[in-house]
Design a protein around this ligand. Structure first.
Ligand SMILES: Nc1ncnc2c1ncn2[C@@H]1O[C@H](COP(=O)(O)OP(=O)(O)OP(=O)(O)O)[C@@H](O)[C@H]1O
Length: 239
């Protein structure tokens, strides 16, 4: 498993009123797979992704990514860990409005102090892969929703993460654009050999997934694994 949650609880408090969002969640995310966290509105999908991605800390239990227990990291170390190993895609794209498409994609490499020649090559390469090489100089405000999400996907992949987390990435797109974003994410997942984990109630995303983790009222309702992980299939081929 590339990531695991062990007995995770998370409760929000509104004054003295407890709102349990995750209750005793234990799951494993397989490497090289496309996993969907599915469930109705309010079931805890976003909370689960935030805890998995180290954006929020659980009240109880442990999150482990590539053997690193996130609970053992202080806030600075956790933020460095996220930058080095995780990519994020959000439903509202979260691009920096004053930076061009190129600069938005390049930004994580600037933070990582990658040299200029590598930055340029990697950024242009990814913009090409997401079909936006000709829009490199455009600001997010000059791009369509689908194009903005393509920029966000390129940005999520640029630091070569092993795990990309996407919170309802097609929710703000029409169904045709959503389909093309889904196809792009699938292609990128296979090409870059990363694991993608999405939250969604979009049935097309759920059908396209290797693994579906269903969540209801903060609890795991079902786990369906549709495809043998590529890594284990490869391992068997060499056995
Ligand atoms: N910051 C917060 N403060 C208080 N309660 C919260 C907060 N964030 C989420 N919740 C509550 O926790 C529960 C789970 O919310 P969460 O956003 O994880 O669900 P979701 O499945 O992602 O929903 P949606 O599909 O509508 O985005 C809900 O009852 C929600 O009201």
């Amino acid at each position: 498993m590339i990531a695991t949650l062990h007995s995770v609880d998370k409760t929000y408090w509104l004054g003295k009123i407890a709102l349990p969002a995750l209750r005793n969640i234990s799951i494993g995310i397989r490497p090289d797979c496309f996993t969907v966290i599915a469930g109705p509105s309010g079931s805890g999908k976003s909370t689960l992704l935030n805890v998995l991605g180290g954006i929020d800390r659980p009240d109880r239990g442990e999150v482990e990514i590539r053997g690193q227990r996130l609970g053992q990291l202080d806030d600075d170390a956790l933020s460095d860990f996220r930058a080095a190993h995780l990519g994020f895609v959000f439903q509202n794209f979260n691009l920096l409005p004053v930076l061009s498409a190129y600069e938005n994609v390049e930004y994580p490499l600037v933070l990582a102090r990658t040299d200029a020649a590598t930055r340029r090559r990697t950024t242009m390469d990814l913009l090409e892969q997401v079909g936006l090489a000709d829009k490199a100089r455009h600001l997010p405000g000059e791009l369509s929703g689908g194009q903005r999400q393509r920029v966000a996907i390129a940005r999520a992949l640029i630091a070569r993460p092993q795990l990309v987390l996407a919170d309802e990435p097609t929710a703000n797109l029409d169904s045709h654009t959503g389909d093309s974003i889904l196809a792009l994410m699938r292609e990128m997942q296979r090409e870059h050999h990363v694991s993608f984990v999405f939250s969604s109630h979009d049935h097309r995303l759920i059908e396209a997934a290797d693994d579906v983790i269903e969540i209801r009222d903060g609890r795991i309702a079902a786990v369906r694994r549709h495809r043998q992980a590529q890594t284990s299939a490869r391992a068997e081929a060499f056995a």
